[in-house]
Write a protein that binds this ligand. Structure first.
Ligand code: ES4
Ligand code: ZN
Length: 382
C-alpha cells in the first residue's frame, strides 16, 4: 500500500508503546487516498461577507479513546426511544431539547446527560444507541474505539446490569465485521457516588463475566479526588483490567498526579490542566502518559473559553502524548472528524500534527499489537 514517504522505520513495524514521535520528514502530507477509511470532508471556511473557500480535509484512521456511549444519544434517537418506551419527555419537541444544550460547566451538562438516559430501557435500546455510534464513528475515520459506559447510571434507575451491558456488548461483538471498527468496552464509575457503590457494581460485572477490558472514572470531578477510589482501582488491577480516569478536566493538576500514583492508571482522560504545572508536564512527557483530549467538549463545558485558546497546540509542542476524541459527541457539537476539522480550520493544526495525533491514538490504545500495526500501516507507518 501507499504510505507516507520516509515512514519511520523502513522495513519494520514501529515500536508500539514507546515509539518516538514522527519527525517532520516522517510525515508526508500526501496521505494515500485509497487507504482513507471514508469519504473526505470538505471544510467551509469563510467570514460572513467573504466568498466560501472549500478546503479538503483528509480523514485519518484513528482510535477513539475517550467516548461515553450514553453521550452519543442524538436528540432524534432520544425522541424515538421515548416514543417506543412510552416515556414522556419534559421537552415538547427537538428544538426545545436542543435549546438545553447550552452548558455553563460540567455539572450543567451532566444533569441533562443523566436525565436523557431515562429513554434507555431495554437491551434493544442500548444496542440501537451503540449501533448508531459505530456507524457515525466509522464515517469519521474511527478504526478502533474504546467505549465507556456508566453502569451505575442505569442500575440506579432500576435497569438490570445485564440489560445495559448485554445491549452494548452484543453490538460491539460484531463491530469489526459490521463497521470495520475494532472495539473494547470500559465500565466507568461515577466519582460522585461512593466507592462502595462502585465496588459492588465491579464485583457484579466480574461475577457475570462481563466483556469489559477496563474501568474508568467519570462524572463530577471537583471534590471527588482519585484518593476516594484507591480500593476500586486496586481491585480492577488485581482482576487484570485496564485502568483509566478523568483528571484535570475541571479538577486541579494534583488530581492527575494522584490518578497516576494512587490509582495506577494507564491513561488520563482530558488532562488539559496539566499545563498549569511544568513539573507534571515534564513527568507526563518523560513517561509518555496518554492524555485523551476532547477539544469541542472543553469549549462546550467552558473548560476553555474558545477553541482558538485551546491548549492542544501547546500540549503538542511540549511533546505530550495527546490524542483527539469526542467525549459526548451528541452533546458537544460533533464526532472525531468534526473535532479534527475545527482544529484545522480554527487552530490551523498542520497535517503533520494531525498525523501525530492519529498515531498517538493508535499507540495509546489497548488494542493488541497486531491491530495497532495494521492501523499504523494504514496511517503510513510500515
Ligand atoms: C463526561 Cl465530559 C465528562 N466529564 C466527566 N464525566 C463525564 N461523563 C460523561 N461525560
Ligand atoms: Zn469524558
Amino acid at each position: 500500500m501507499e504510505t507516507y514517504d520516509g515512514a519511520p522505520e523502513p522495513g519494520g513495524a514501529p515500536a508500539l508503546s514507546d515509539a518516538p514521535l514522527p519527525t517532520a520528514e516522517e510525515a508526508n502530507p500526501e496521505h494515500a487516498a485509497k487507504d482513507r477509511p471514508a469519504e473526505d470532508q470538505t471544510v467551509t471556511e469563510a467570514a460572513a461577507d467573504e466568498p466560501v473557500v472549500e478546503q479538503p480535509v483528509k480523514l485519518l484512521p484513528v482510535a477513539e479513546l475517550h467516548l461515553h456511549i450514553e453521550g452519543t444519544l442524538e436528540p432524534e434517537l432520544i425522541f424515538a426511544l421515548a416514543e417506543r418506551n412510552g416515556i414522556e419527555l419534559p421537552y415538547a419537541d427537538l428544538d426545545e431539547l436542543r435549546a438545553r444544550y447550552e452548558f455553563t460547566d460540567l455539572q450543567s451538562f451532566l444533569d441533562l446527560y443523566y436525565a436523557n438516559m431515562a429513554v434507555l430501557q431495554t437491551e434493544q435500546d442500548f444496542a440501537d444507541m451503540t449501533r448508531a455510534y459505530l456507524e457515525r464513528a466509522a464515517a469519521a475515520g474511527v478504526r478502533h474505539a474504546e467505549i465507556m459506559m456508566d453502569p451505575q447510571a442505569h442500575v440506579s434507575r432500576g435497569i438490570p446490569l445485564e440489560t445495559c451491558v448485554n445491549g452494548v456488548a452484543s453490538v460491539l461483538a460484531n463491530s469489526l465485521a459490521e463497521f470495520g471498527v475494532s472495539t473494547l468496552l470500559i465500565a466507568a464509575f461515577l466519582r460522585d457516588l461512593s466507592e462502595e457503590s462502585a465496588l459492588g457494581v465491579l464485583e457484579q460485572l466480574l461475577a457475570m463475566n462481563a466483556p469489559i477490558a477496563g474501568i474508568g472514572l467519570d462524572s463530577a470531578e471537583v471534590g471527588n479526588p482519585p484518593a476516594k477510589f484507591e480500593r476500586l482501582f486496586a481491585r480492577a488491577k488485581e482482576a487484570g483490567l485496564h485502568r483509566i480516569a478523568h483528571a484535570g478536566e475541571e479538577g486541579p493538576p494534583s488530581y492527575i498526579i494522584d490518578a497516576l500514583e494512587l490509582l495506577d492508571v494507564e491513561r488520563i482522560d482530558h488532562g488539559i490542566r496539566c499545563m498549569e504545572d511544568p513539573d507534571l508536564v515534564e513527568h507526563l512527557v518523560a513517561e509518555r502518559v496518554p492524555l485523551t483530549v476532547c477539544p469541542l467538549s472543553n469549549v462546550r463545558l467552558r473548560a476553555v473559553d474558545t477553541l482558538a485558546e485551546h491548549p492542544l497546540p501547546a500540549m503538542l509542542a511540549a511533546g505530550l502524548n495527546v490524542s483527539v476524541n469526542s467525549d459526548d459527541p451528541a452533546y458537544f457539537g460533533g464526532y472525531v472528524d468534526d473535532n479534527f476539522v475545527q482544529l484545522q480550520t480554527v487552530l490551523g493544526l498542520s497535517e503533520f500534527d494531525r498525523v501525530r495525533l492519529a498515531s498517538n491514538s493508535i499507540r495509546s490504545s489497548f488494542a493488541d499489537d497486531e491491530r495497532k500495526t495494521e492501523l499504523l500501516a494504514e496511517l503510513g507507518y510500515s
